[in-house]
Design a protein around this ligand. Structure first.
Ligand code: HEM
Length: 434
């Protein structure tokens, strides 16, 4: 990379405040997109209390996530997730994170994923059975229910009865309130905004009651039931021989649960939304599924996560000055954003970037792996990536084999950049038998 000198160009503090306030999260995607178009692959901006840099080039993404990863920690935004997830993988810092990652990793080994695939197929099959051809339904709600059930079973071994219903209700509640208690002014709101805090605490307590209840029952009967919880309870650190405490098991189990189901549901919704708007790709998918060509299904899912990456942005905080591979410096204390939503739409990386074209992945040997980061990279790369791919392929294959999902309205569905990149409203579809 050619060396460059001088400060990182970008928006002034005044412009940043004017453009982003009072709803920074909602306005951020457009702001970052414009920043990248105007200032290039590194964009600086600042609020009165914090400096930010968007890195929007594969080389810089690698710099942040891999080469200089030890100079960064997770950002203040992630810290608020700790309210819910404690010291789980998503929120903890080194060296604790590395130790826990070592312990949790075996739950995601290949043979383990293969056994979860049976559950995924079973639930996806039951989902298809329940579909009433021609009757409109909200795909987002249905996909969330499906991934929630798959996660409940593969992680905790619960799939029916009161626990499953309580978990589902508490999850809906948390997803709704979380942006409120965790947003940029969440700390203030937590002090004063009583009603929503209480709802948040109640939902978290419900999940805790269920999770700790299951942990206690399992401690009494520690046989391996093939779910992630069994593995966490039985796991010991290969280096120290330590087992996990109940609180650690709770934090990790809840982290996997929360990180795992909403993201995958979102990916599924966007995939079927794109398929509904691209009849040619949909027809090819149907024959690929008939012929058992999982590769094409993967490419469809891959292209969908390029256009609509569920984890649309993630952040790090520089703990000291970091010199990037082009010679420019990110100052210590800066919050650095990697935004797959912006990166994946960069014309220099993806010609005709808005086009939904699963075949662009046919010859991707030349592509820099850091130009496609829906699952992050480096030591904090998504631990559930193989799980998500398996679930995506299983669910897309099962549904596409039986039905074409048709959009009830031709109106474009806008993404809403919340914690994940969700559709901004219901995505009403009806199923047409193949
Ligand atoms: C399409 C689905 C998914 C997407 C797009 C996704 C995306 C991501 C991304 C981008 C990160 C890194 C965040 C960062 O670097 O700050 C991450 C981390 C993580 N994900 Fe996923 N994820 C998905 C599914 C899952 C599933 C199925 C699970 C578990 C069953 C999971 C569990 C986690 C955990 C525990 C972390 C933290 C890893 C660590 O820091 O060691 N994710 N995910």
């Amino acid at each position: 990379m050619r060396a460059v000198s001088g400060p990182i160009p970008g928006f002034s503090t005044w412009t940043t405040m004017r453009r982003l306030m009072p709803t920074p999260f909602l306005k951020l995607p457009e702001f970052l997109r414009e920043g990248a178009a105007r200032y290039g692959t590194l964009v600086s901006f600042a609020t009165w209390w914090r400096r930010f840099v968007l890195v929007n080039d594969p080389a810089f993404v690698r710099d942040v996530l891999v080469t200089h990863q030890h100079a960064f920690r997770k950002s203040v935004g992630t810290a608020s997730l700790g309210l819910l997830l404690g010291q789980g993988l998503l929120t903890s810092e080194e060296p604790f994170h590395r130790k826990m990652r070592r312990i949790v990793q075996p739950a995601f080994h290949r043979e383990r994923i293969a056994s979860y695939v049976e559950t995924m197929n079973e639930f996806a099959g039951a989902f298809v059975e329940r579909i009433e051809p021609g009757a409109p339904f909200d795909l987002h709600a249905a996909a969330t229910e499906l991934t929630l059930r798959i996660a409940s079973t593969t992680l905790f071994g619960i799939d029916a009865g009161n626990d499953a219903r309580d978990v589902s209700e508490a999850m809906h509640e948390l997803m709704e309130i979380f942006p409120y208690v965790a947003g940029p002014i969440g700390e203030l709101r937590r002090k004063f905004g009583l009603a929503k805090n209480e709802r948040f605490d109640r939902a978290r307590d419900t999940l805790d009651r269920i999770v700790y209840g299951i942990i206690a029952r399992r401690r009494k009967d520690p046989s391996d039931r093939g779910d992630v919880l069994s593995m966490l309870l039985a796991a010991t650190d290969a280096e120290t021989g330590e087992a996990m405490t109940d609180t650690q098991v709770r934090d990790e189990a809840l982290t996997l649960f929360i990180a795992g189901h909403e993201t995958t549901a979102t990916a599924l919704v966007w995939t079927f939304y794109l398929l509904a708007r691209h009849a040619d790709v949909d027809a090819r998918l149907a024959s690929a599924v008939r012929d058992g060509d999982a590769e094409f299904v993967r490419r469809v899912f891959q292209e969908s996560m390029r256009l609509y990456p569920p984890a649309w942005i993630f952040a790090r905080e520089a703990m000291r000055d970091v010199t990037l591979s082009d010679g420019r410096t990110i100052a210590g204390g800066t919050t650095v954003f990697v935004a797959p939503l912006v990166l994946h739409h960069t014309p220099a990386l993806y010609p005709d970037p808005e086009r939904f074209d699963p075949d662009r992945w046919l010859d991707d040997a030349e592509r820099d792996p850091f130009s496609y980061v829906p699952f992050g990279g480096g030591a904090r790369r998504c631990i559930g990536e193989a799980f998500a791919w398996a679930e995506g392929v299983a669910v897309v294959s099962k549904i596409a084999a039986a039905y074409r999902l048709e959009l009830v309205s031709e109106r474009e569905v806008e993404p809403a950049a919340m914690v994940t990149l969700r559709p901004s409203g219901p995505v009403m579809v009806r199923a047409v038998p193949r």
